[in-house]
Design a protein around this ligand. Structure first.
Ligand code: GLC
Length: 447
């Protein structure tokens, strides 16, 4: 019944990895085998767990076509054709101060932006090749540098999403499952590709100030390849020991990774078909990412927006699962974030301004998530988040401590709660209800 800290979560074991089809002898799993996180890294993990809410940004040359970040692969655009695209990417309306201010108004504590997506196009001033925003677009500016400076100025952490998969670089060879119709020569030097990637990562961790994390994606394209993770992870941790490494490989975390992520699913769930893993008990922070409509990169025809209510409830559920919520926007090619996203972010921020104490700095609460909602916890306070419950009372199992006092977060009004041998019964008067999340705060004492 109880979630006893992390003890019920699965152990990071060889048997576990084998069960999910990862050969334990493979270089990927060995990764940064003897990695000992620095104290700065451990501190960054604690910060990350408390932060709870981040802004994901998918932005690149693909945004021009308004058809998502997979457009090159999906429309079978060759490298030669795709190379015409950056000439049309001129985000003259890009105002990094506004983006950062919007993230802060939404109650977000960090931003994770695409430094390079699968199209290989670097959104920063890389010297590793001229396939980048400065050399190929009329805009000619390093948008990551502009954003990094603004993040540091406004006190929000910056993470880089970096695609290991590359549909443009000829040395991404042998090819993986995707990007096979780009017209590249059927030859290439994989080691040179990895050197190129490490070169770009060195730049990202050297020229942009303090970096909160590197969010890798794309290993799933070539699961059998030697990704040389030991070298890459060591490079990152040597350059900036506090930088948190995570990878969207959809497996249990490999040694050297500092957090575990779930794509479009709450931890341990697999509704999207990506996540074959349970939560791993090596005490790593958790993060789940989701789109605001159904697209990561700007998609002009996608108006399947989730409601503010759905988004707030997702954030709260994630917190109940002990995970952060990384919520995506795909800015437009002119550099603006579309109004449908802005409205929702501001509304989430308004809710968090009132209810934030039940989310920030909490951990998953003493009860595992329920169909009616979740619990979060900080010290001796348990926050009962009632997300979906019609009736005027709610029965809960007994908690680890006796309920000393109870109130509703909405208005501070006293909450009636009967602490019986069989468990707790909480009364929910209509006046205490909140459209998004009715939060009861229970203060626990000794049993
Ligand atoms: C997937 C997609 C990618 C997206 C990512 C975000 O891996 O390939 O386009 O960036 O998920 O979670």
């Amino acid at each position: 019944m109880y979630r006893r800290s992390h003890s019920l979560k699965m152990r990071f074991s060889t048997a576990f990895l084998l069960a999910f089809g990862v050969a334990t002898s493979s270089p990927a799993v060995r990764a940064q085998a003897n990695y000992q996180p620095s104290s700065a890294n451990l501190e960054a993990r604690r910060w990350f767990e408390a932060a709870k809410f981040g802004l994901f940004i998918h932005w690149g040359a693909y945004s021009v076509l308004g058809d998502g970040e997979w457009v090159m692969n999906n429309r079978r655009i060759t490298v030669e054709e795709y190379e015409k695209l950056p000439a049309f990417f001129n985000p003259t309306e890009f105002a990094p101060a506004e983006w950062v201010a919007l993230a802060k108004a939404a109650g977000m504590k960090y931003i994770t932006i695409t430094s390079k997506h699968h199209d290989g196009f670097a959104m920063f001033a890389t010297k590793q090749s001229d396939w980048n925003i400065v050399d190929r677009t009329p805009y000619r500016k390093d948008v990551l540098k502009m954003l990094a400076d603004e993040c540091h100025r406004q006190g929000i952490k910056l993470f880089f999403y970096h695609s290991q998969l590359d549909w443009h670089n000829p040395n991404y060879y042998p090819r993986g499952r995707t990007g096979r119709e780009t017209g590249r020569p059927e030859s290439g030097d994989w080691t040179q590709y990895l050197d190129y990637m490490d070169g770009q990562l060195r730049e990202l961790l050297t020229n942009y100030g303090e970096i909160g994390g590197i969010w890798f994606d794309g290993m799933w394209d070539k699961p059998e390849a030697d990704w040389r993770l030991a070298t890459t992870y060591k490079l990152i941790h040597d350059l900036q020991p506090q930088t948190l490494i995570g990878s969207n490989h959809h497996h249990a975390p490999f040694p050297g990774e500092d957090f575990q992520m779930f794509e479009k699913d709450l931890p341990g769930q697999n509704t999207a078909g990506f996540n074959q893993t349970a939560v791993i008990s090596n005490q790593l922070p958790l993060e789940t990412c989701e789109t605001m409509n159904n697209s990561w990169g700007f998609n002009i025809a996608d108006s399947h927006y989730k409601s503010t209510r759905q988004l707030i409830q997702y954030l709260v559920r994630a917190a109940g699962y002990d995970a952060n919520f990384l919520l995506n926007v795909g800015p437009m090619p002119n550099g603006k974030i579309q109004p449908e996203f802005v409205t929702r972010l501001r509304e989430m921020g308004e809710w968090l301004a009132r209810y934030g104490e039940s989310v920030y700095g909490t951990r998953g609460g003493p009860l595992t998530p329920r169909s009616w909602g979740v619990t979060t916890q900080r010290g001796n306070k348990v926050y009962v988040h009632i997300l979906d419950w019609q009736d005027s009372s709610l029965a809960l199992p007994a908690l680890p401590g006796k309920v000393k006092s109870a109130h509703f977060l909405k208005d501070g009004s006293h909450a009636e709660i009967a602490d019986t041998a069989g468990g707790l019964v909480l009364q929910i008067p209509p006046s205490a209800r909140d459209d998004f999340d009715t939060v009861a705060v229970l203060e626990l004492g000794e049993r």
